[in-house]
Structures are given as structure tokens and as C-alpha cells.
Write a protein that binds this ligand. Structure first.
Ligand code: GAR
Length: 217
């Protein structure tokens, strides 16, 4: 089976990008990263991509008069590289509805909460303030509304009484790094059917972690 060609968009550290790079290093993994785009020239994710021999592009949002013009420049890079699916990995820019419509059902994002709870940039602080006892991460198909769209995979972690935003973020990150490669695999293996606002996922039998949902059947 041909590898699904991914374009990964980053703004910063790029640890989720690193998890995808690691997954793609396995020849049996059904996807490959053909391009990494950053909206900031100093994004650490760019170094990670270069080290892995992946083509990179920097599209600085400050150089563009508006969101859609910026998005069109990103889109041109993605098309040139033959990208089939777009992965947002810590990409801290809202995408225009033009971009979301152009790549409809072919953009995924990872967010550090159990959506639809705690959307937005301060998900960890929101979870702590709400006093929830479990938080986690979600990988979802991107729609124009922020942190919304059919959910593919979620994983939960405990939120402990003395957690800070940093300690919670670190705990959630460990499951993010499992969930993002898994979600890409599910897409690449044709295990995802999107039905309006929800995704129906056929989980492969080798996934054993009970806190990752959906469970295997
Ligand atoms: C991750 O925790 C990701 O879930 C979050 O930014 C971090 C990026 O880390 N994304 C969002 O909050 C999107 N709404 P990384 O650059 O190390 O992958």
C-alpha cells in the first residue's frame, strides 16, 4: 500500500512532529511526512524535520496582509510537495474557512484536552480550574470552529491535586505522542469514516491500551 503523504504544520517545539517522525521511520507504518511548514523561522520543529531529512518551508504570517493570503501560501507549498493530509502539530494559527474548505476532511489537529471540554489556548489551566479528575488529549478532524470537528482518538490521564499547568501538560504530552501516530495510522489504513460531526473508527486489534478509545472490538 502506498504511504499516505503528510504535511505537518508547526509553530514551536514540535514534540508531536517528533512522534510522527518516529512512527514514520518504521517501514510498515502507512504514512510519510513529505513537508513540514512553520509560521515562525525559529520553530524548534524545523530543526527536528531537517535532522530527519524532511523538506521544510517557513511561511511567516507577519509577511501577509490577512489570514487567507497566508493560508494560500501554505497551501501552495503543500500542493507542490504532493501532500494528501495536513497534520496540525502545535500550530498556533487559526486557519481561514477557505483553507478548511479546500482541505475538507483532510486536516487533523491534536488538542490537550478531552474535547469538547476546554477548547482554546489555555486547556490545561481550564481543566485545573474546573477541578476535573481526568483530562487528556484529542485528535480530531478540523472544522472552521476552533478545536471542533469529528474526534478520531482520545486518551485520558489523571489530573492530580497538586498538578500545575506544566505537570499536567507533561503528563498529557505522553499520551499525545501515542495518539497522534495512531490517528494517522487509522486514516492511512482506511479505518475512519466521517459521518457529519462524528467519526466512526474501526480500531485495529493490536491496540491494547485501555485508556485509548475507541476500544478494539
Ligand atoms: C501540544 O500539547 C498540543 O496538543 C497543543 O500544543 C502543544 C504542542 O506541542 N496544541 C494546541 O493547544 C492546539 N489547540 P508540540 O509542539 O511539542 O507538539
Amino acid at each position: 500500500m502506498a504511504h499516505l503523504k503528510l504535511g505537518v504544520l508547526v509553530s514551536g517545539r514540535g514534540s508531536n512532529l517528533q512522534a510522527l517522525i518516529a512512527a514514520c521511520a518504521d517501514t510498515f507504518y502507512p504514512a510519510e511526512i513529505v513537508l513540514v511548514v512553520a509560521n515562525k523561522p525559529d520553530a524548534k520543529g524545523l530543526d527536528r524535520a531537517r535532522k530527519a531529512g524532511i523538506v521544510t518551508a517557513v511561511v511567516e504570517h507577519g509577511d501577509f496582509p490577512d489570514r487567507e493570503t497566508f493560508d494560500k501560501a501554505v497551501d501552495a507549498h503543500l500542493r507542490d510537495a504532493g501532500v494528501e493530509w495536513v497534520c496540525l502539530a502545535g500550530f498556533m494559527r487559526l486557519l481561514s474557512s477557505w483553507f478548511v474548505e479546500t482541505w475538507y476532511d483532510r486536516i487533523i489537529n491534536i488538542h490537550p484536552s478531552l474535547l469538547p471540554a476546554f477548547k482554546g489556548i489555555d486547556a490545561h489551566a481550564q481543566a485545573i480550574a474546573a477541578g476535573v479528575k481526568l483530562s487528556g488529549c484529542s485528535v480530531h478532524i478540523v472544522r472552521t470552529e476552533i478545536d471542533a470537528g469529528p474526534i478520531l482518538v482520545q486518551a485520558a490521564v489523571p489530573l492530580l491535586p497538586d498538578d500545575t499547568e506544566d505537570s499536567l501538560a507533561e503528563r498529557i504530552l505522553t499520551v499525545e505522542h501515542q495518539c497522534y501516530p495512531l490517528a494517522v495510522r487509522l486514516i492511512a489504513e482506511g479505518r475512519v469514516r466521517i459521518d457529519g460531526d462524528t467519526a466512526i473508527v474501526a480500531m485495529p486489534p493490536d491496540i491494547g491500551d485501555q485508556i485509548i478509545s475507541p476500544l478494539k472490538s
